[in-house]
Ligand binder design. Structure first.
Ligand code: HEM
Ligand SMILES: *[C@@H]1O[C@H](CO)[C@@H](O)[C@H](O)[C@H]1NC(C)=O
Length: 503
């Protein structure tokens, strides 16, 4: 508000106004100042959306797809800006914009993510110190976890976790995929980036999952806009972060004191001489980076498979062929599916399973509601002709390509037979240009093994809450930036044990 302007206005009217009408006039002007004007004006940085008050950007946190989409409709531009408190944020779309965004050297993921999502947990003295140097160190260890030898060791453990889950599901039943499959995928992530003490104890894993959920859900508009305000979401988030922290540090302590080395990722970190801060950062950071995406992707993959019998049989056939070519199938009549699958080498999973690959690829295209977030840490860059000054932020919503009928006809249709698009960053499932997923090899292996176990173990189909075959099929909700769960109802997997794995 401009008090001086208001004074002038009142002077100009020069009528005998009562205090009541002053109040009224004041309210009206305040209202108009925020709602109508600040009319978008074009400049070399892109049109600015009107509005500065928290309520105008609350939808950015609550319904992100709708909010960003509305901005494009409102400004009729490929690139526009909005204000997030004191920050100006550029929202990018279009081919040139996408290329420039992902190729720009100075656009930094961590700074962008930290401010725009507010999702990183905060522990005094931990996350603050965990800046670039430590991040580089964590990534080095992550690369070590994904060496072929280490992945080879992880395969039977991952399959063992799948077997345990499937034993608990029994011979037939009904499963909520975004609960049951998600839980299994979370278990696999815990198995791969933590240690046996945690991964072998279902009660601890369950607690860990609840805490991670609280950390994720603790990111609301209020906690980002008023980080100093101890809102309930903020308190829960701080509490959950503290719990995760204590669990990890305690486990390290017990392991060190026992003096007994175990065969897991924690041991690898300890043997490499990493300090406690580094190990806590590794486990907390990578579970945040990987567990939710892997869980979402696994849940959607199995849900989609449950809607498409032809892809279920293709996937099953492919896994049976992998077993056959690994040479152990002849003796496998009575053996356990997990044991049989354990004999397939990492490289065979990676190079001889095109059906599983296309299932993962299509699942990511259609159900990864990601918005890439960056901060320009270098000098001014240009994105599709617009200026992004040093220090400011930019977003690129994956929906701009993945749900774009120009690239993917009938974009909401799950169709793994679509030709893979490789040029021009038209598929962003694992990132593009300067930033791509550093846990990709591990994540893909987990997804392939989980899917292989499920299709061999069960005949299944996706049903709605009345138990009828899902029609229309479940639709990913891109406004749900955390989980992308179905927007059109609740769905279940009806499953029954199959003989497929025994042949
Ligand atoms: C299905 C599962 C996963 C998907 C779909 C996925 C996808 C992605 C994407 C799209 C990015 C780039 C984000 C951007 O450009 O804004 C990314 C980055 C990253 N991912 Fe993943 N990810 C998955 C699992 C994992 C796992 C399991 C880990 C680690 C254990 C991991 C570690 C990372 C890291 C460290 C980065 C940041 C890379 C950097 O700083 O340059 N991800 N991931
Ligand atoms: C976002 O939510 C709106 C309703 O608010 C819905 O119509 C739309 O389909 C959702 N968008 C996506 C891509 O899920």
């Amino acid at each position: 508000m401009y008090p001086i302007g208001l004074q002038t206005l009142l002077d100009a009217i020069r009528v005998n106004i009562t205090s009541w009408s002053v109040a009224y006039l004041f309210a009206l002007i305040s209202f108009l100042a925020y709602v109508l004007p600040l009319w978008p004006e074009d400049d070399d940085k892109g049109v600015m959306l009107p509005g500065r008050l928290p309520f105008t950007i609350a939808p950015y946190f609550q319904r992100r797809f709708d909010f960003l989409h509305w901005g494009f409709e409102y400004t009729k531009q490929r690139i526009y800006r909005f204000r997030l408190l004191t920050n100006s944020v550029m929202v990018v779309s279009g081919d040139q914009g996408r290329m420039d965004f992902f190729n720009a050297k100075s656009l930094n993921l961590h700074e962008g993510f930290r401010v725009l999502s507010g999702a990183l947990p905060f522990v005094q003295g931990v996350t603050v110190d965990l800046r670039e140097r430590r991040i580089a160190q964590i990534y080095k260890r992550l690369a070590a976890v994904q060496k072929t030898e280490r992945l080879t060791e992880l395969i039977p453990e991952i399959l063992g976790d799948c077997r345990r889950a499937m034993v608990s599901w029994g011979k037939a039943g009904r499963l909520e995929p975004f609960d049951g499959i998600y839980e299994l995928a979370f278990q696999l992530s815990v198995r791969c980036v933590t240690c046996v003490e945690i991964a072998d104890d279902p009660a601890v894993v369950l607690r860990l999952r609840k805490w991670y959920d609280q950390v994720d859900r603790g990111t609301t508009a209020a906690t980002v806009l008023f980080p100093w305000f101890p809102s309930p979401a903020m308190l829960r988030k701080a509490y959950a972060t503290k719990q995760i922290y204590s669990l990890v540090t305690n486990t390290i302590k017990v392991r060190k004191e026992s003096g007994v080395p175990r065969d897991d990722t924690l041991q690898m970190l300890l043997d490499a001489g990493d300090d406690q801060l580094m190990i806590v950062g590794f486990i907390m950071g990578l579970l945040i980076a990987g567990a939710r995406s892997t869980g979402n992707t696994a849940s959607w993959l199995i849900t989609f498979l449950g809607c498409h019998p032809e892809w279920r049989s293709k996937a099953r056939l492919e896994v049976q062929q992998l077993i056959a070519s690994s040479g152990t199938s002849s003796k496998a009549t009575d053996s356990d599916i997990a044991d049989v699958l354990s004999t397939i080498p990492v490289t065979a999973w990676e190079t001889e399973a095109p059906v599983l690959d296309s299932l993962i690829h299509e699942t990511l295209r259609i159900s990864e509601s990601h918005v890439a977030m960056r901060r320009n840490l270098g000098p001014t860059v240009h994105i599709d002709g617009k200026t992004l000054p040093s220090g400011s932020f930019a977003l690129y919503p994956f929906s701009d390509v993945h749900l774009n009928p120009e690239f993917y006809s009938d974009p909401y249709q799950f169709d793994p037979s679509r030709p893979a698009r490789k040029d021009g960053f038209e598929f962003l499932g694992w990132g593009a240009g300067r930033i791509s997923c550093l846990g990709q090899r591990l994540a893909k292996l987990q997804l392939r093994l989980l899917t292989a176990m499920f299709v061999l173990n069960y005949d299944f189909q996706t049903v709605d809450d009345r138990g009828m075959p899902a029609d229309p099929p479940p639709k990913p909700d891109w406004n749900d930036t955390l989980y992308c769960r179905p927007s059109n109802g609740q769905f279940f997997l009806d499953y029954r044990e199959s003989d497929a794995g025994k042949a």
